[in-house]
Design a protein around this ligand. Sequence first.
Ligand code: SF4
Ligand code: SF4
Length: 288
Amino acid sequence: MWDKNGKSMIISVASGKGGTGKTLVATSLALSLKDTDGVQLLDCDVEEPNAHIFLKPVIMGSEAVAIAVPNVDETKCTYCGRCAEVCVYHAIAVLGNHVLTFPQLCHGCGACSYLCPEKAISEEGRKTGVVEWGQSDGVGFAHGKLTVGEAMAPPVIRKVKEYANNNGTVIIDIPPGTSCPVVEAVKGSDFCLLVTEPTPFGLSDLALAVETVRELNIPCGIVLNRAGVGDSKVEEYCQKEDIPILLTIPLDTEIARLYSRGITLVEGMPEWKERFLVLSGRDSRDSK
Ligand code: SF4
Ligand code: SF4
């Protein structure tokens, strides 16, 4: 599927919607490649990270993630309104002789403090989440956790991605959907695996996810999960759009049982390791 040519590769595992088996694929792919490549798994699904449930990493460190939000010194402020004009996120407003800030809306871009003519705005950190990193049986691991009630996922995602090393394969578990956090997590990837299921909802969300990765010029392939549950529309769509289906995982109660117990597919059913190696363009002869 992808060719390393001796360089580090970043492989995203995404899906148009939650619950399609994205983490099942990401974790089993990481474990299948750990003997052939140096592998890291970065869980950027920061609202609901769950790769750790399957990989059970030893957490070796953590780092808080904060964004810089404005703090206005009204003794210097002339209420000119420039800060509110430049804030595209409507996170600061000037009402008469008051400046109101809305930290939950602030993206920490710094434009207001930079452009304030009176230098009345300083910046203060607001914690939005935490990144934890560690190791899981030969797989490097990092994940982000967005603070409960916090909407600003991209800074936490960016911080998780800073833990990517430049050796071997980096697998990124992408948040579900096609919004800003998805774009932040997937951009810079060399390849994107899109996990879907053969249902009308699966197809509709897949088509949106394909549009997103195409906008970003990232080549993609499909993992069809729970094959047998629906119809053949996803296959027809992939054929029409010339997108390869790289792996098919059947609807299987044993696979569902393993997943519900937090056991990866390749650990519970080792015969799947070879299929994940083939998916990645390797085979068992590449394993040490
Ligand atoms: S730009 Fe500066 S001086 Fe103008 S209203 Fe905002 S904080 Fe006050
Ligand atoms: S830092 Fe950026 S997003 Fe936040 S209030 Fe200032 S201009 Fe708006």
